[in-house]
Unconditional design. Structure first.
Length: 264
C-alpha cells in the first residue's frame, strides 16, 4: 500500500502528527507521524530524522497489544511506514489524563512528593489540554462532584480505562525489567463510547530501568530500586540531551515494545 498524501484532504495537523481523510473509508482517518519533537508546551522544538518511524513502531506495538487485551481504542492498523489507520472521532475530549505509579516530573514541584514515592493505588489527574495555559489540572473534588451530581460518567470511564491501560503496560514493561513510572493518554467519543485515542510513544510516558536484578517495588519509596539516570523517555530531551541521544532512547523503547507481540 502506498498512500499519496498530497492528494488527500488534511483534517488536522498537530505537533507530532498529521490527520488525513481516508477516501476509501469515511469511518476512519490516516494518522501520519512526523519527525518533530517538542517540550515545554511547544516552546522547545526540534526535528529528529527517523523519529517518526520509531514512534510509529512503538505506537503500533502498544495499540495492537491493548487491542488484544480488549481495551476500547481507536487503532485499526498500520498499513505502511509512519502511517496508522484509526477510527474517526465523534468528539475529542480536550483533556490529558495522567496516571502515576512513581513520583517524578512536575508533581515533585507542585505536589510536595519526594522523587520515587510509590502510589498504590495509582493516582490519576485530569489536565485541560491548552499549551497557552500550560495544561492546568482540574480539581479532583469537582470532578467527583461532576460524576456524582451531574452524571458525567465519562470522567469515571477515563479514570478506569487509564488505570487498566497502566497496569497492562506496567506488567508488559516489567518483563523487560523496566518500570512504567507515569503516562498521559487522551480520549474521545466514538459511536458514543469513551475511547482511547491519539498516540502512545516515547513522549507519552516515563520509563526507568530496574537498578537491581530483583528490585523490591512494594516499598513506600522505590527510587533506590530503579535507575532514573537510565531513563528511556522524553525527559532526556526535556533535560537538554543531544538529539542523537534522544533518538537512541526512542529506538530503545521501540525495541522493547517490539517484544509485546510475544507476551500473553
Amino acid at each position: 500500500m502506498s498512500i499519496d498524501f498530497q492528494t488527500l484532504h488534511k483534517v488536522n495537523e498537530g505537533k507530532t502528527k498529521i490527520i488525513y481523510e481516508n477516501p476509501e473509508d469515511a469511518s476512519t482517518v490516516f494518522m501520519l507521524f512526523k519527525d518533530d519533537i517538542t517540550a515545554g508546551d511547544g516552546v522547545k522544538h526540534d526535528v529528529i530524522e527517523g523519529k517518526a518511524h520509531v514512534d510509529w513502531q512503538t505506537n503500533r506495538d502498544i495499540f495492537e497489544y491493548l487491542n488484544r487485551k480488549g481495551l476500547p481504542t481507536h487503532y485499526v492498523s498500520s498499513p505502511e511506514d509512519r502511517v496508522s489507520i484509526v477510527k474517526k472521532l465523534d468528539f475529542k475530549i480536550n483533556l490529558e489524563v495522567v496516571t502515576r505509579r512513581v513520583a517524578a516530573g512536575s508533581i515533585l514541584k507542585w505536589g510536595k512528593f519526594t522523587e520515587g514515592t510509590r502510589f498504590d493505588p495509582l493516582i490519576t489527574q485530569f489536565h485541560y489540554k491548552d499549551d497557552a495555559l500550560h495544561d492546568p489540572m482540574l480539581d479532583e473534588t469537582y470532578i467527583d462532584y461532576m460524576i456524582q451530581a451531574k452524571g458525567s460518567t465519562e470522567y469515571q470511564e477515563m479514570r478506569e480505562i487509564n488505570a487498566q491501560v497502566f497496569e497492562i503496560l506496567e506488567d508488559a514493561f516489567a518483563h523487560f525489567k523496566i518500570q512504567l513510572v507515569d503516562f498521559k493518554l487522551e480520549y474521545g467519543l466514538i459511536d458514543g463510547k469513551v475511547t482511547l485515542i491519539d498516540e502512545i510513544t516515547g513522549g507519552s510516558f516515563r520509563l526507568w530501568p530496574y537498578a537491581k536484578e530483583k528490585p523490591d517495588l512494594n516499598q513506600a519509596n522505590v527510587l533506590a530500586e530503579l535507575d532514573p539516570k537510565g531513563r528511556l523517555d522524553k525527559d532526556t530531551y526535556r533535560m537538554g540531551g543531544d538529539l542523537s541521544t534522544v533518538k537512541s532512547k526512542f529506538d530503545a523503547i521501540a525495541a522493547l515494545t517490539a517484544g509485546f507481540k510475544d507476551l500473553p
